[in-house]
Design a protein around this ligand. Sequence first.
Ligand code: DAK
Length: 260
Amino acid sequence: MNLENLLLEIVEGVATVTVNRPGALNALNLATLAELEDLVGEIGRNPEIRVAIITGSGTKAFVAGADIATMRDMSPMEAREMALRAHRIFAGIERSAKPFIAAVNGYALGGGCELAMACDIRMAAETAKFGQPEVNLGILPGFGGTQRLPRLIGKGRALELILTGEMIDAREALRIGLVNRIVAPGELLDETRLLAGKIAAKGLPALQLCKQAVINGLEMDIARGCAYEAELFANSFATADQKEGMAAFLEKRPAAFRDC
Ligand code: DAK
């Protein structure tokens, strides 16, 4: 795969994807979105990868939004194209069998905040800043922000952020549930890889079923969600990993999952 705007490193089952346009604070232009779309697909297919981390290059920005220079002269049709591509990518992250963790190392604004929200878990450096400043540009969040933000932090808080366009710091993001954890900037990648490693040690079928139950269940009412969970629970008993996991517990030894 030819990557010019993203860096990819795979170590012990953990893929680290770095958005690498530091001159534009890692803003997402069309080429970067196209590479991200391909890479999300590849992460899903590659058996060497169990967990993915998304971060930004440098210390200043995770992703400072969609690239404003790219967007300025877009027609409504081109804007729709771009939105649909971004929705495909972000839905691909959510529906991927592999867990995705955002390591937010600086500004996560607009499309950057939306990219972090599409990930399953968000880790933030103490210096990270979050916001949906689109209203300042005369537009609205277009990469799923109006949908994912209220689901994550509630309607009132989401509307406050979206309607004011103001940024919040990592501490506030933690307080309102936008991020899972805050760490010192120099420790962000190590801490995120530690977390990724814990997850990567589990069996892939169980990881996929857990993720599917939560992501898809959130779109259902509680009764349908529980019925859906029961189906997935039943499916987990068709895996060799379930036999191995339970045998290992009873034999007081670590499980050796085979991802099947
Ligand atoms: N796009 C393009 N370039 C950007 C950028 C961005 N989003 N953010 C920063 N840069 C560039 C700056 O232009 C500058 O470039 P040079 O002048 O050096 O060539 C360089 O990065 C450094 O930025 P600053 O000089 O501004 O750095 P400061 O420390 O002074 O300020 C900042 C940092 C993050 C506060 C500031 O750069 C800033 O406010 N950036 C814009 C943040 C923003 O508004 N982001 C949201 C973008 S809106 C759509 C779907 C979705 C979206 C749009 C359309 N469709 C479906 C079509 C989503 C929109 C967004 O994400």
